[in-house]
Design a protein around this ligand. Structure first.
Ligand SMILES: C[S@@+](CC[C@H](N)C(=O)[O-])C[C@H]1O[C@@H](n2cnc3c(N)ncnc32)[C@H](O)[C@@H]1O
Length: 283
């Protein structure tokens, strides 16, 4: 890293704020609003800009704004400034209410993993529900989405290192995963892969109109990066995608802030959509 360039850039506060505002507009991520997030953002911006040979925040801002959505530098900007930390069976107790709801359903159970990062969450959902398939013959599907293309591609490829697979016990590995690369990596079997549909989806800017009557939504550890107004808007959208009685599963750190008349709290950051029909603003 060019430390001289980095220290010069950090002093350009208006330029930094313009990039933070762009990130917030495009993704909802308010990283620049917090001191720790600001430092992380400045570090990552320095690396991105060095790669492109861009010398100032202003130049980088103009370049990004001139490019069409989906172009590589825009994708790299969004992905580098999103936090992709994830794990298999993260917050494991949250899978049980979803298993119970699946058992109580008549099948055609549909789950959305709405900020799925590299795929550990949707694969965990499949591993939690698939063992029940003999009891619920018409089965289930999982939609896995994220704002960042590169993490979706990793999820779709379905190959993980031994370390990434830490939360997956040996029984589940035997049943659903193949050892590849001389035992260095694990690849998801077709039983897992065929249950998941992958999509690029921005929770803040994309429309959820095509998504209705879902049985459960996992939206974990992403709302913490949004400001309160954006959280409220996204929660409204998610509620509109659920069927009455459907479950909304959030990250432990974000559930406290959620007070919505369309939701009742079941505990452990798991909520149920209330049965009555509500007009949800922002849906
Ligand atoms: C910390 S990871 C959480 C992954 C997983 N849900 C979990 O809890 O393990 C947050 C993910 O949210 C994604 N993300 C950030 N902003 C988003 C947005 N506006 N729409 C959809 N996904 C977003 C990031 O790309 C990142 O992969």
């Amino acid at each position: 890293m060019n430390t001289h360039l980095f220290s010069e850039l950090r002093m350009d506060l208006p330029g930094f704020q313009a990039l933070a505002a762009l990130l917030k507009d495009w993704t909802g991520i308010a990283l620049g609003d917090h001191p720790q997030g600001g430092i992380l953002m400045a570090n990552r911006l320095a690396a991105l800009m060095e790669r492109l040979g861009v010398r100032s925040y202003e130049e980088y801002h103009s370049l990004l704004r001139a490019l069409p959505p989906g172009s590589e530098p825009r994708e790299a900007f969004v992905s580098a400034l999103s936090i992709h930390t994830t794990a298999f069976f993260r917050h494991p107790h949250q899978f049980e209410p979803v298993r119970q709801a699946y058992l109580a359903s008549r099948g055609n159970f549909r789950v959305w993993s709405a900020a799925c990062s590299t795929g550990a969450e949707p694969y965990s959902i499949v591993m939690a529900l698939d063992p029940l398939r003999h009891l619920v013959p018409s089965g289930f599907r999982v939609l896995a989405s994220d704002i960042a293309e590169d993490v979706i591609q990793k999820g779709q490829a379905g190959t993980y290192t031994e370390k990434e697979m830490e939360g997956v016990g040996s029984d589940l590995k035997r049943r659903y995963w193949a050892s590849v690369q001389g035992g260095m990596q694990w690849r998801a079997n077709p039983t897992l892969k065929e249950k998941i549909i992958w999509a690029k989806f921005n929770l803040v800017t994309d429309s959820t109109h095509a998504l209705r009557d879902l049985d459960a939504i996992f939206c974990r550890n992403v709302l913490i990066y949004f400001d309160p107004a954006t959280v409220h808007q996204v929660i409204g959208k998610l509620i509109s995608c659920l069927k009455p009685g459907g479950l909304l599963v959030l990250g432990a750190a974000e559930a406290g802030a959620v007070q919505h008349p369309g939701l009742e709290r079941l505990g452990s950051a798991v909520f149920r959509k209330t049965e009555g029909k509500l007009a949800v603003p922002g849906a």
